[in-house]
Design a protein around this ligand. Structure first.
Ligand code: GUN
Ligand code: ZN
Length: 423
């Protein structure tokens, strides 16, 4: 049986929570106390409707009192940092030197990479994350292991070989004439595999660790195959200073990526904290998206991203854990940290805002908004079943517990394209 097919139509019964069409600038959800989620043989959602006896004639899996909701989407995570979560060794550049680079060097060993890739996918599934946008290490073999593990786990994943050809330890430094052919090979091998569940992403680590010719070649490869581009930008002032030193020809940090052709309608810019108005305007003009990684920003002391700067320009905002600077694979931790981040800036997000950003909002920002992100008919059936304490009944209580008391809201099952992937 192909991964696309899904035996026969079936339905799932439970409570149901999904983003709904909202008035401009607002967040709306749809909550049903007793619902049927009907999934067709191709793994597409046929209907999400209030339960009524006889409403569906096929097999029904009764998951009550769990709440069915879209699977979470982590738009920024580092696979080779799985084992170094919580390494509090300093601010960004020190942390990279002391904790990240030594660990990422271990991924030159395929056996080690395979072991950690299995841990990585297990932790995503257990957290209710059904889609991830991932940085691998700079090692092609490790990236191959990552794709194998994603395929084996049944996850939806967009992953890339991390490009770095300067300002990094020799063990991680891969010159352009090796890195670009390796990336091209990985595109051939993995882009579109798993019947489209897997994609390859062009992944320059960040401007200080990439030469101009490497970034230009990477941009051409992205263009040739219409690939998603992911990188970091404006996470800390020290990193911006290093960028100025390495790339004095650019007018500011964002301009480095702009001039080499890396800013496209499929570019994800992680962090985006210390940006000027000009840079924000340019992100909007190019149709790029930003990835908000608040838990990481607190952990490394990088600063507070202003959601208002993005929203004022209709720049799509995704949410990312940024593990291993983020301290949890659970996107609910990121939602909760996004709330804290906003409070620090004098703003207040509602649990509904956070839920919508983490689901439909992130799907839109990564270019999958028509495919996943809500439980609407016609979308692929990527969903989870979450169990709450018995007293959590009303929509507002479900949202509050989901976002702020996630230890009481247990992910019981996860499905991608209607296929069970967890437990
Ligand atoms: N900037 C460059 N590399 C990294 C990384 O691995 N994590 C974070 N948070 N920022 C980066
Ligand atoms: Zn990152």
């Amino acid at each position: 049986m192909s991964a696309r097919s899904h035996r026969s139509p079936r339905a799932y019964r439970g409570r149901l929570l999904t983003p709904a069409a909202a008035p401009a600038g607002g967040s709306a959800v749809r909550f049903l106390d007793d619902a049927l989620l009907v999934v067709d043989e191709a793994g597409l959602i046929a209907q999400a409707l209030p339960f009524a006896p006889g409403a569906f004639r096929g097999p029904v899996l009764d998951l009550r009192p769990a709440v069915l909701m879209p699977g979470f989407i982590d738009a920024h995570i580092h696979f080779p940092q799985t084992r170094i979560i919580g390494s509090a060794s300093g601010a960004l550049l020190d942390w990279l030197e002391r904790s990240v680079f030594p660990e990422e060097a271990r991924f030159r060993d395929d056996g080690y990479a395979a072991l950690v890739a299995a841990e990585f996918t297990a932790r995503l599934r257990a957290s209710g994350t059904t889609t991830c946008v991932v940085f691998s290490s700079s090692c092609p073999g490790a990236t191959d292991q990552l794709f194998r593990a994603l395929l084996h786990a049944g996850l939806r994943g967009i992953a890339g070989l991390t490009l770095m050809d300067q300002n990094c330890p020799e063990a991680l430094c891969v010159p352009r004439d090796e890195a670009i052919p390796a990336a091209r090979d990985l595109v051939q091998r993995w882009h579109g595999e798993g019947h489209g569940l897997l994609e390859f992403a062009i992944t320059p680590r960040f401007a200080p660790s990439c030469s101009r010719p490497l970034m230009e070649a990477a941009a051409r490869l992205a263009q040739d195959h219409d690939l998603l581009v992911q990188t970091h930008v404006a996470e800390t002032p020290a990193e911006a200073e290093a960028t100025r030193r390495e790339h004095p020809w650019a007018r500011d940090y964002l301009d480095v990526y702009d001039r080499v052709g890396l800013l496209t309608g499929r570019t994800l810019l992680a962090h985006s904290i210390h940006l000027s108005s000009r840079e924000w305007d340019r992100i909007a003009e190019t149709g790029s998206s930003v990835v908000h990684c608040p838990d990481s920003n607190f952990f490394l002391g990088s600063g507070r991203m202003r959601l208002g700067d993005a929203r004022a320009r209709a720049v799509p905002v995704a949410l990312g854990s940024d593990v291993g600077a983020g301290r949890s694979f659970d996107m609910r931790r990121s939602m909760s940290s996004a709330f804290d981040n906003a409070v620090c800036l004098g703003d207040r997000l509602t649990p509904a805002d956070l839920f919508v950003v983490a689901t439909q909002g992130t799907a839109d920002a990564v270019g999958l908004g028509r495919v996943i992100g809500s439980l609407d008919a016609g979308k692929e059936a990527d969903f989870i079943a979450v169990r709450f304490p018995e007293h959590v009944l009303a929509e507002s209580e479900v949202l509050n517990h989901l976002v702020f008391a996630s230890e009481t809201a247990v992910v019981q099952r996860a499905f991608v394209r209607g296929k069970p992937i967890y437990p």
